[in-house]
Design a binder for this molecule. Structure first.
Ligand SMILES: Cc1cc2nc3c(=O)[nH]c(=O)nc-3n(C[C@H](O)[C@H](O)[C@H](O)COP(=O)(O)OP(=O)(O)OC[C@H]3O[C@@H](n4cnc5c(N)ncnc54)[C@H](O)[C@@H]3O)c2cc1C
Length: 309
């Protein structure tokens, strides 16, 4: 069992987890990274907005991270899925399908999963991450000045279209059968030439992931080249924070976030959450920063503990 004991276990090896492991490795902290290698942005071909990596394929960024981590012998990387996390005396036990590991500190960096199928629009999965995206800061530049759709409910879609109109002056809101009741909002969108279409969507037509048109219930097809979703029905990839009863609060856009301190530590000592797992949406650069922050904070705590003993 000694071989299965680590100073830190990082669950999840996306930008947040790998960045935490890098700092821990450089600090010679015995660290285990468990990763199923399926980051949230795997559906897209280009990751944007992270300085020095702008436009790179998410898989290439991950491969480079794994290669760089390999240099640090105190970090063990395993392609294993954490299936359970149990609080034990003086730390945690992390179970995978084949192994059980012990640690005093655990970093949850397992991210969120989008659930596009559950939106229930035929053809949406095919375009998600290819011409229809969740985040204008990530992909708005590439979609600029195109014929854009904002697809969502009667509250979130009109609100989101205000943001999207910064990138294109040809934006149509599709509420898929939902009725917009906020008269002021309707007026406000009309004043900026943003049309609202409330018809049910029959199908999104596309070619190789590129949106071509949106077919409506009435038989009409509206030409569109791309679009954005205000709500991807995302859920946490793991229930570990919930299991540890970590309190959460309501954040921006109705997303909740877990309460952490400035070291990314929760009210359960030794239990940390970073990246999308903590916020619901951090983006790559912020996830890397949060991973870096937790890596150095944990190292500092370990050094001070050793100093006292
Ligand atoms: C279509 C799309 C496009 C995007 N484009 C951009 C962009 O251009 N720029 C940008 O900044 N952001 C973009 N994002 C957001 C970005 O993908 C996330 O914010 C970022 O990946 C969060 O990093 P993370 O490390 O927290 O989580 P993730 O990257 O999701 O990594 C989590 C990791 O944990 C692993 N994991 C999950 N459960 C377990 C388990 N039980 N055991 C072990 N491992 C587990 C997963 O396999 C994964 O490797 C995009 C997202 C989407 C959906």
């Amino acid at each position: 069992m000694e071989n299965n004991k680590f100073e830190v276990i990082v669950i999840g090896g996306g930008p947040a987890g790998m960045s935490a492991a890098l700092v821990l490795g450089r600090s010679r902290i015995r660290t285990l990274v468990l990763n199923t290698e399926n980051p949230r942005n795997n559906v897209t071909k280009h990751s944007h907005g992270f300085l020095t990596q702008d436009g790179k394929h998410p898989t290439d960024i991950f491969k480079e991270a794994k290669k760089q981590l390999n240099k640090y012998s105190s970090v063990e990387y395993r392609n294993e899925k954490a299936i359970d996390l149990i609080k034990i005396e003086d730390g945690f036990q992390v179970k995978t399908e084949f192994n059980a590991y012990k640690t005093k500190r655990v970093v949850v960096a397992t991210g969120h999963r989008d659930n596009i199928e559950s939106i229930g629009i035929d053809g949406l999965v095919e375009v998600y991450g290819k011409s229809v995206y969740p985040c204008p800061f990530c992909d708005g530049f590439e979609m600029a000045d195109k014929k854009l759709a904002v697809i969502g409910d009667a509250v979130k879609a009109p609100m989101f279209s205000k943001v999207i109109s910064h990138w294109s002056n040809d934006v149509i809101v599709f509420t898929n059968g939902d009725k917009v009741v906020d008269i002021e909002l309707i007026k406000s969108l009309k004043s900026k030439n943003i049309e609202i279409i409330e018809d049910k969507i029959i199908k999104l037509h596309s070619l190789k992931g590129k949106l071509i048109s949106i077919e409506l219930d009435g038989g009409e097809s509206v030409e569109r080249e791309g679009g954005f979703l205000p709500d991807t029905k995302s859920q946490e990839s793991t229930n570990f924070a919930h299991k540890m009863r970590i309190p959460s609060e309501e954040g921006r856009f109705g997303m909740s976030f877990y309460v952490i301190d400035e070291n990314k530590e929760t009210e359960v000592p030794g239990f940390y959450i970073v990246g999308d797992a903590q916020t619901g949406w951090s983006g790559v650069a912020v996830s890397v920063a949060e991973g870096s922050k937790v890596g150095s904070a944990i190292t500092h705590q370990i050094i001070m503990e050793k100093w006292k003993n």
